[in-house]
Design a protein around this ligand. Sequence first.
Ligand SMILES: O=C(O)C1=C[C@@H](OP(=O)(O)O)[C@@H](O)[C@H](O)C1
Ligand SMILES: C=C(OP(=O)(O)O)C(=O)O
Length: 473
Amino acid sequence: MLIAKLNNGKDGDETGTADGGTEAAELWPAPQAGGMLTSRVALPGSKSLTNRELVLAALADDEGVLRAPLHSRDSSLMIDALRVLGTGIEAEGADLRITPADELTGSTTIACGLAGTVMRFVPPVAALALGPVAFDGDPYARKRPMRPVLDALRALGADIADEGRGALPFTVHGTGSLRGGRVEIDASLSSQFVSGLLLAAPRFEEGVHVVHTGERLPSLPHIEMTLAALRARGVEVDSPATGEWRVTPGPIRAIESRIEPDLSNAAPFLAAAIVAGGSITVPNWPSSTTQVGDQLRQLLPEFGATVELSADGSLTVSGNGTVQGVKLHIPEAGELAPTLVGLAALADGPSEITGIGHIRHHETDRIAALVAEIRAIGGDVDELEDGIRIRPAALHGGVWHSYADHRMATTGALIGLRVAGIEVEDIASTAKTLPEFPELWRNMLGLETEQKPAASTSLFLTLPTSHESNTPE
Ligand SMILES: O=C(O)C1=C[C@@H](OP(=O)(O)O)[C@@H](O)[C@H](O)C1
Ligand SMILES: C=C(OP(=O)(O)O)C(=O)O
């Protein structure tokens, strides 16, 4: 299949390329489903688990191993970040051996790409390094909120210089240690603000007592995941009240940890069974997990799917090709929202998905981007402050812009299963967490693999995709 190299249709608004140029973005003709699907899709490791385990392994008391970690742009960025701080990270086949530094070293620069986990989890680690550590990222990464993290770290004793915008770029002037203690933080824009502080806190002199001050707290399962990851390494953590977490200072035990498949990346594949009809099976679904993607087992039946988790740990989602409208309030599952909104756009009844205001601060303003793209292909959509309302409409083909956002790209692919002529701009953005997406998608549909995959998947190499134009208009 040919991949057209075309302008993204917006004058003067071309997508940035790896080298910072302004080459036109690629269009990926989304394959339509030819009929009912019956496929098994094995997914690589979880981004959230991989990047937590990398940070904890780098701060641990001895050498550790990560089995079946994710290999993608976000995990490569995390590996590179920890390496430049002095951590030894070696590939052993598909696994990783991590040797913590005797002393974390500063006087270096960290590229965050567009990875929330790198920009929010690594600055607290940098405060423990000796010397200045400069952080920057993709153009849009400079718009993602960082002020609560920077202010909290300052309150805990760190010296940080920024440009006053509360965003990238900034420099953490590490002194080799951090006092820690009690800190108030408004994490209503991202749970990652809290997770980042908690992950490094066993190494703070006084540990940490984080008190969330905002009204809303999104993505709570991701904070639970952080607490579980710390406990698994012998760290004492507790939550004395709602919105408060304490980490006791002490060693972070080195362990061998096996990374679960990425259940959030399972979302578009499982949703495909509802759109096209038939069934999709994802093997190695964990019987118990902190991943929010596990909520797909409750969420997809709302759209009319049948879900079955077999004794051997395979999750099968079946559908009959009709999608029911939904009314969902999902502050904890914002990461799944793009797929769920994509399903709602194809539903035969009206839908309302709310509680997801914070996804305006993800890889792009996802609410605005979804509204713009669904409208551009004929959808009948209302943009709400914290969500989206959609009424059934006849959709037509056209360019689906990705805004450098992997989940926008996969949502375009999902809609393209049903709607003829959808061309996804920048399918390569899926390299952020799933470089294999185009190949897995075509395999799911029983199509031959394209000649040109989305992006290089070479292990442990930062995948240098940088994107300029990911602000919806
Ligand atoms: O801690 C994590 O690994 C994540 C937390 C969530 O961020 P927000 O709290 O900003 O939604 C989630 O959406 C993101 O994909 C990964
Ligand atoms: C919000 C996401 O990513 P990040 O970790 O960059 O915040 C995401 O993957 O949906």
